[in-house]
Design a protein around this ligand. Structure first.
Ligand SMILES: Nc1nc2c(ncn2[C@@H]2O[C@H](COP(=O)(O)OP(=O)(O)OP(=O)(O)O)[C@@H](O)[C@H]2O)c(=O)[nH]1
Ligand SMILES: [Mg+2]
Length: 466
C-alpha cells in the first residue's frame, strides 16, 4: 500500500541532455539524502531551504543538490532535487540506492497530487500542470498558464461566493418560516440565481473554443472524390500522410493529423469523397465524413477546378458543399483546386477567379484558388485558416477540460431549478436543496468536493516525476 508518508523519488527529466534531475519528497528525505550524498561542507538536513549544495555520491558521481524545506516546496513537504550527470548508468544506480535506503518510486503525478493534498494548489491548477507539460502551441501554453496561475479558480471562487450568499439569504428565510415572514426578496434571489446560471452555462459553452486550443481547431476537408482532398492534407502537413491516387474513392476512412500554423494548433481531417456510393465500405466512409463535418469548426470544401467550365457550375458545386455545413457557427472556405492545370485557364475569366453567390458571401463563406499539388495559394489559405480559427480573439476564461465543462453544466442546471422553484413559489427548503447541489457540482472542479476515484483518474494522466 502506498502512503502519503512515504518518501518518494522519481527522475524529473527525460532521457538525453547532459544533466538529469532526480526528485525526492517526503518527511525525512533530507536525512535519507544525507546518507547517500557527502556534501563538501555541512549537511543537507542542516542547510537552509532554497539553497544549492555541491556534493559527492562516493564512487558514482559529483552532484548538485537543491534543498527545499516544507511547506515552502512544490509538494509542501521537505524536498531534494539531485542534479547528476545524465548517464543512464548513474541515474539507474542512484535510483537503486534511493530505493535501498527506503524511498519508493513515485506514481505518475504523485508530486502534484501531494501539492494538491497539502493545499498548495487546487485541482484545476493541478490539471493545468499536466496541460503545460503537454502544450505544443503558443495559445495552448497561454491557456494552461492562465489556469495554473489561478485565473479560472478565481472566477470559480467568485461564483461560489455568490452561491453561498444566495444560500445565506434563503436560509434566513427558512429560519423564520414558522413565523410566515419572507425576509429575502424573492425577486432579488431570482435575479441573482439567473445571472449565476448564465455565467456557468457560458463558461461551459466556452469549452468548444477551449477544446480547440487544447486539441487543435477541427478542420474538415470535404469534396467530391478525386478533387484533391488528400493531396491538400499532405501539403498542409508537409508530410505524405494520406494515400493519393487518381482513382476516385481512394480515401475510405477519415485521416486526422495536427499541425501548427502561425502559433495556432489545427487538427486537419481528410475525409472520403462525397458521392452516392454503392460500395458498403465507401458508404460507411461517407457517413463518417458527414459526422466529422458536422463537428468541425472550419470546413474546407474542395472543388476540382479543371472540371468546372463556367462560374455557374462552380456556384452549384459550392452550394452542394455548403449544404453540409451549419453556417451559423461553422466557417466554410471553398477551394478551387488544381489551378496549375492548363485546362483551368481556359475555363474561368482572365483573373482566374471564381465568384461565390451573394447568399453564401453574406454568410461568411469565402473562396480561394489553390493548387494542392504545387502549393500555389497556400499562403492565403494559411491566413484564412488562422483568422477563421478565432483563437487569437478570445478573451476571458476558457474551459479546456471536459470534466470542468460537465460540472459547470450541472451547476447551471441546478441553478435553473432554483429559478423555476422561485417562480412557482416552492418552499424554501426544496429550493435550498437545489442550491446545495449547485454548490457541490461547482466544488468538484477545484476539488473542494472530491473522491479518490476522480483524483486517481486525474493524476494517472501525469508523467512520473511530476
Ligand atoms: N494537377 C493537379 N493535380 C492534383 C491536385 N490536387 C490533387 N491532384 C491529383 O488529383 C488526383 C486525386 O487526388 P487525391 O488527393 O487523392 O483526391 P481526393 O479528393 O483525396 O480523392 P478521394 O480520396 O478519392 O476522395 C491525384 O492524381 C492527384 O495527384 C492539384 O492541385 N493539381
Ligand atoms: Mg483522398
Amino acid at each position: 500500500m502506498t502512503s502519503i508518508d512515504d518518501i518518494i523519488y522519481a527522475p524529473s527529466t527525460g532521457q538525453g541532455g547532459a544533466i538529469s534531475v532526480i526528485r525526492l519528497s517526503g518527511k525525512g528525505c533530507h536525512k535519507l539524502a544525507d546518507g547517500l550524498i557527502h556534501l563538501h561542507r555541512g549537511s543537507i538536513s542542516e542547510a537552509p531551504g532554497f539553497s544549492i549544495r555541491y556534493g559527492e555520491i562516493p564512487e558514482l558521481d559529483d552532484v548538485l543538490v537543491s534543498i527545499f524545506k516544507g511547506p515552502k516546496s512544490y509538494t509542501g513537504d521537505d524536498m531534494v532535487e539531485i542534479s547528476c550527470h545524465a548517464s543512464p548508468y548513474v541515474v539507474g544506480e542512484l535510483m537503486h540506492m534511493l530505493s535501498e535506503a527506503g524511498a519508493r518510486l513515485a506514481e505518475p503525478g504523485e508530486f502534484t497530487r501531494r501539492a494538491f493534498l497539502s493545499g498548495k494548489i487546487d485541482l484545476a491548477q493541478a490539471e493545468a500542470v499536466a496541460d503545460i507539460i503537454s502544450s505544443s502551441s503558443k495559445a495552448q501554453h497561454r491557456l494552461a498558464l492562465n489556469q495554473l496561475n489561478g485565473g479560472f479558480s478565481k472566477e470559480l471562487a467568485d461564483i461560489r461566493d455568490s452561491l453561498l450568499e444566495l444560500t445565506a439569504l434563503l436560509e434566513l428565510e427558512l429560519d423564520f418560516s414558522e413565523e410566515d415572514v419572507q425576509f429575502a426578496d424573492r425577486n432579488k434571489l431570482r435575479t441573482l440565481a439567473n445571472s449565476l446560471a448564465q455565467r456557468c452555462s457560458s463558461l461551459a459553452a466556452s469549452f468548444r473554443v477551449g477544446n480547440a486550443v487544447k486539441n487543435g481547431v477541427p478542420v474538415a476537408i470535404i469534396g467530391a472524390p478525386n478533387s484533391g482532398k488528400s493531396t491538400l492534407l499532405n501539403t498542409l502537413l508537409n508530410d505524405d500522410r494520406a494515400i493519393v491516387s487518381d482513382v476516385p474513392g481512394t480515401t475510405r476512412d477519415t485521416v486526422e493529423e495536427t499541425s501548427i500554423i502561425d502559433g495556432v494548433l489545427f487538427r486537419f481531417i481528410d475525409t472520403a469523397g462525397i458521392r452516392s456510393a454503392e460500395d458498403e465500405i465507401e458508404k460507411m466512409g461517407i457517413e463518417r465524413t458527414l459526422k466529422k463535418t458536422s463537428q468541425a469548426s472550419i470546413v474546407l470544401g474542395v472543388i476540382d477546378a479543371s472540371e468546372v467550365s463556367q462560374n455557374e457550375k462552380f456556384i452549384s458545386l459550392a452550394k452542394d458543399l455548403a449544404a453540409h455545413v451549419d453556417l451559423t457557427w461553422q466557417k466554410l472556405i471553398i477551394l478551387a483546386n488544381k489551378m496549375d492545370l492548363e485546362t483551368v485557364n481556359k475555363n474561368v475569366n482572365d483573373s482566374n477567379i471564381f465568384v461565390l453567390p451573394h447568399d453564401l458571401q453574406v454568410n461568411g463563406v469565402t473562396a480561394l484558388s489553390i493548387s494542392a499539388k504545387t502549393g500555389f495559394g497556400l499562403d492565403k489559405l494559411h491566413s484564412a485558416l488562422v483568422s477563421a480559427s478565432e483563437i487569437d480573439t478570445f478573451s476571458g476564461t476558457l474551459v479546456t477540460n471536459a470534466r470542468h465543462a460537465n460540472a459547470l453544466s450541472d451547476t447551471a442546471s441546478s441553478l435553473s431549478k432554483v429559478c423555476s422553484g422561485l417562480d412557482s413559489g416552492e418552499p424554501s427548503d426544496i429550493i435550498a436543496e437545489d442550491l446545495r447541489s449547485a454548490i457541490n457540482s461547482l466544488g468538484t472542479i477545484t476539488g473542494q468536493i472530491t473522491n479518490n476515484e476522480v483524483l486517481g483518474q486525474i493524476f494517472s494522466r501525469f508523467c512520473i516525476g511530476k
